[in-house]
Design a protein around this ligand. Structure first.
Ligand code: TYD
Length: 190
């Protein structure tokens, strides 16, 4: 079973993803007697190589990182974690919960950066070897609230978060569009 969480930065999706991981690690699924191993992964990351790519992607010193390079680095990180961790775990019957996955690339690089959408979707399919989550929760948040939460928490902005309000609006609308296209997989939560 493969479940992913999506949404804007500071939406609370990571908290929800971790809570679900803890819940499923202590209670069996309906109709099952024992708990299955549950694996939590945060993207980009989840393998040694993916964590190194994460550093490049989020480092504010890399402000001149080209958006096409950015697309390929996120996809490279995902290609690695899918093959090294996610696919083998699912094959063993484990539950995998991902904080972000390919829909982040569609929303941020496709809709946010404005890269060619059919190309982004094709790269997603290639990077994930066609592995699609069984269920995806989009944790929705108003864009003004993102800034408010960041400031309240006193958290510094990473490279992706320097895009500004206009960028986040495009990403948020992107998520709505993605969810509309595949209503069976998505649950949008306020
Ligand atoms: P992270 O600190 O993990 O943020 P969050 O807690 O919001 O998930 O940083 C990941 C950033 O990378 C976030 O701004 C979203 C962005 N991102 C993409 O642009 N494309 C992607 O494919 C992924 C996985 C993340």
């Amino acid at each position: 079973m493969f479940i992913t969480f999506e949404g804007l930065d500071s939406s609370g999706k990571s908290t929800q993803a971790q809570r679900l991981t803890e819940r499923l690690a202590t209670r069996p699924l309906p109709g099952e007697k024992t708990v299955r191993p549950v694996r939590f992964i945060r993207e980009p990351g989840g393998t040694v190589i993916s964590e190194r790519l994460r550093e490049i992607l989020l480092d504010r010193a890399n402000l001149d990182l080209n958006e096409v390079s950015e697309l390929f680095l996120f996809s490279a990180s995902r290609a690695q974690v899918v093959r090294e961790v996610i696919r083998p775990a699912i094959a063993r019957g484990e539950i995998v919960i991902c904080d972000r996955y390919a829909d982040s690339t569609t929303a941020y690089q496709g809709y946010g950066r404005g890269l060619d959408l059919p190309a982004v979707l094709q790269i997603n399919r290639f990077a994930t070897a066609g592995l699609v989550p069984d269920r995806t929760f989009i944790v929705d948040i108003a864009v003004v609230e993102v800034g408010r939460r960041k400031e309240t928490a006193g958290m510094p902005y990473d490279r992706m978060e320097t895009g500004g309000t206009g960028f986040f609006e495009k990403v948020r609308n992107g998520y709505f569009d993605i969810a509309k296209r595949q209503p069976g997989r998505f649950v949008v939560v306020d």
